[in-house]
Design a protein around this ligand. Structure first.
Ligand code: FES
Length: 96
């Protein structure tokens, strides 16, 4: 096992308490899957919304211009981890 890059951010998934590292250029979903955490997903391109989650703490940037969320959903803190890259340490929770 290699040590985490010091530029990686720490991601926490509630309520499971899962923690994993994510590089700034990596999506949260791919980092989770690569480190053995089975987050819900399907399309992996910001369309199907299967991965929708709530951003409890932290900042993200999207890899695509128009992730499949309404302005209201974004304002409510919902994100799509399959196209979201961390810009800080993050804490995520189930969207419901
Ligand atoms: S997996 Fe389809 S929107 Fe994220």
């Amino acid at each position: 096992m290699t040590a985490a890059d010091p530029q990686d951010f720490s991601i926490e998934i509630a309520p499971q308490g899962w923690r994993f590292d994510c590089a700034p250029a990596q999506t949260v979903l791919l980092a989770a899957l690569a480190q053995g955490h089975r987050l819900p997903h399907s399309c992996r391109n910001g369309t199907c919304r299967a991965c929708i989650a709530r951003l409890v703490e932290g900042q993200i940037a999207y890899r695509i211009e128009w992730p499949g969320l309404s302005a209201e959903e974004k304002a409510a803190g919902l994100i799509l981890p399959c196209v979201a890259c961390p810009r800080s340490d993050l804490k995520l929770a189930a969207a419901a």
